[in-house]
Each structure stands twice: as structure tokens, then as C-alpha cells.
Ligand binder design. Structure first.
Ligand SMILES: [Zn+2]
Length: 188
């Protein structure tokens, strides 16, 4: 059975159950003393449950269209990787397309829109470049107090290590700033 068949089956069952309930309710031959509501109670519940089932299956179908659970999880947990140099190159190219003649135009007075574009591109380039710098830079850890094995980090935090150096404890990235740990100073 395919998921579409399961959905239409669930909807059909729901319709049948609703119809049964209606037939009993509308049955003129049934004596007044019969509690019709009690009899149709089961049909109504069954109809509601099958409608709920069909809705869940519709939802499942949408999830499946996106990918397997593993694929969705992987996509969610993988940070978007991009090459900052390529982004800067693209921004530089777009910036060069802004229609201004740096020799002939009075950009500040006559081309405020173009000036805005140039400023925006420069700002974007600056942001991408600085985030790249941030990624490449390291956090320098220095042993501040040998007695207690206290380290001071480049991002001005203090980390107490129970025993041994950060490397011996498998520390690779600074838990405060997320940068790679670089060892500075001399250990006692
Ligand atoms: Zn740090």
C-alpha cells in the first residue's frame, strides 16, 4: 500500500463511519426509546480517528518530500559552508557594476542612490572579511596559576583544568569564543 492509498483509505473509512452514524440518526423506524447517540458514538470516534490518521499521513508525505530523517538531521546540523574569498569576489564584481564614473561623476551630490549602493557593498565586503578573520584567528591560552592549573584565555575568560595541559585533556576549541586554542606562555 502506498502512502497515498493509505490516506484515501483512512478518509474513506472516516466517510463510511460518518454515513453509518447519519443513517442511524435519520432512521425513522427506530423507537424513541432507543438511545441513538449511544449507538453512533463508536462510529463518530472511529471517523474522527481516521481523519486524524489521514492528516498525519499527509504530514508524513510532506516530510518525505524533503528527505529522509537522516538527511533532514544532517542538513539541520551542518552549518552553511561558504568560501569567504568567493563571496568577497562576487561582491566586488557587483560593486564594480554600480553605474558611476569615479572621474566624471559628482557621486556625493548627483548620485545618492549609487553612493548608497557603494557604501552597502563596502559594508558587506567588510563584514565577510572580518568574519573570515574571526574564523581563522585563534584563542591564546596561557597558564595563569600553576598551583591551581588555571588558564586565562585570549577572550579573557578563565578555565580551571583539573590536571594536565589543555592538549592533554583533548581541548581543541575554546568553549567561550569557539576559536581554535593556541598555546601561549610557558607552562611551569
Ligand atoms: Zn576563547
Amino acid at each position: 500500500m502506498t502512502i497515498d492509498e493509505a490516506i484515501s483509505h483512512a478518509r474513506e473509512v472516516a466517510e463510511c463511519q460518518k454515513m453509518s452514524a447519519r443513517l442511524i440518526e435519520d432512521n425513522a423506524y427506530m423507537p424513541e426509546s432507543v438511545d441513538k447517540e449511544a449507538i453512533t458514538y463508536g462510529n463518530t470516534i472511529c471517523a474522527d480517528e481516521h481523519e486524524q490518521l489521514a492528516e498525519w499521513l499527509e504530514e508524513l508525505k510532506q516530510y518525505r518530500a524533503i528527505g529522509t530523517p537522516e538527511e533532514c538531521l544532517a542538513a539541520k546540523c551542518t552549518p552553511t559552508a561558504y568560501d569567504p574569498d568567493k563571496v568577497v569576489e562576487q561582491l566586488e564584481k557587483l560593486k564594480s557594476l554600480v553605474p558611476v564614473n569615479r572621474v566624471l561623476d559628482d557621486i556625493v551630490n548627483d548620485k545618492p542612490k549609487e553612493l548608497g549602493m557603494l557604501i552597502a557593498y563596502n559594508k558587506a565586503i567588510e563584514i565577510v572579511k572580518s568574519s573570515e578573520q574571526e574564523q581563522k584567528s585563534e584563542c591564546e591560552w596561557k597558564l595563569e596559576d600553576a598551583e591551581s592549573n588555571l588558564y586565562v584565555t585570549g577572550c579573557e575568560n578563565r578555565q580551571l583544568i583539573f590536571e594536565g595541559t589543555p592538549e592533554e585533556n583533548g581541548y581543541k576549541y575554546c568553549p567561550y569564543c569557539g576559536r581554535k586554542i593556541k598555546r601561549g606562555g610557558i607552562d611551569a
